[in-house]
Design a protein around this ligand. Structure first.
Ligand code: ZN
Ligand code: ZN
Length: 270
């Protein structure tokens, strides 16, 4: 049984707990593996990312030793599309788009509905479809840009769709599916990410069910993650997500091992 979460934030970035508190919570929840994925440095926005990357790496590596035999600890990084951080020092990378770059401005897609509303008014003349196209253009290049092992929250842009009154229309899905078609040949798993559920902004994980079904149809891979910022929520919505994945047609999920990422049956407990 492999029970793991590779998307975990700590006090080094915008998480609420220390790395050790996260590990202890993971042990309590019978996890076999926990991976840390601090936000990589972005110089245009330091409000949420790590500024002490060498200290982060040193602490995770020392905890890896300390908890050997009790739980596997992995050193990862959530690398933003616009970050220049070197991937060499990490066990794995989650590649994520958090900003759309337009007219020299980095527009955060997950900050608030208000931010998006203003940016679309000012930079796109109020046309959301152009904003969405730019977002998925970046997403379609995330593996090439970050050399990542995992594709982070594919449709993060949908976070405030309800507040903004945007629906998942055919034309929206066409744009998202286009990005999927470019990404799936890279062979990297897509996260089923429950982070926004723990934080109360969404009721279902990323990606949406229609997108998940399309990933399955195109023979893409999946990996479960809680994008955890608070130790209580390390396994938030995992059981429900497993059922969603089965309903979407998946039979396997990706996990990390000493030999890299492998796929195991979905029937294995999360
Ligand atoms: Zn993220
Ligand atoms: Zn994250």
């Amino acid at each position: 049984m492999i029970r793991e979460n590779l998307h975990t934030h700590t006090l080094y970035c915008d998480g609420k707990n220390t790395a050790e508190e996260m590990i202890l919570s993971a042990i309590e929840k019978s996890f076999t593996d926990i991976g840390f994925s601090g936000h990589s440095f972005t110089e245009f926005d330091t409000s949420y990312c790590m500024t002490e990357t060498p200290e982060y790496r040193a602490e995770i590596l020392s905890l890896k030793e300390k908890y050997k035999g009790k739980i596997n600890v992995w050193l990862g990084l959530e690398k933003d599309y616009f970050s220049n951080e070197d991937r060499g020092a990490y066990d794995y990378i989650i590649g994520s788009v958090h900003y759309v770059l337009k007219n020299g401005q980095y527009i955060p897609v997950d900050e608030s509905a208000e931010t998006i509303k203003n940016a679309v008014e000012n930079e796109y003349g109020g046309d959301y479809s152009l904003f969405i196209k730019d977002y998925y253009e970046e997403v379609s290049l995330i593996v090439k840009k970050t050399d990542c092992d995992i594709i982070g929250h594919f449709d993060l842009i949908s976070k405030y769709f309800d507040d903004l009154g945007i629906e998942e229309t055919e034309s929206y899905l066409e744009i998202a599916f286009n990005a999927l078609e470019k990404l799936i040949p890279e062979g990297k798993p897509f996260e089923i990410n429950t982070g926004a559920i723990a934080r109360g902004t969404k009721k279902l994980p990323y990606p949406s069910f229609k997108i998940l079904k399309k990933i399955n149809e195109l023979e893409g891979k999946i990996i479960f993650s809680s994008d955890c910022h608070n130790k209580e929520y390390l396994d938030c919505y995992f059981e429900e997500s497993l059922e969603i994945a089965k309903k979407a047609g998946f039979a396997a999920r990706s996990v990390i091992t000493d030999k890299g990422f492998i796929e195991i049956g979905l029937e294995e407990e999360l």
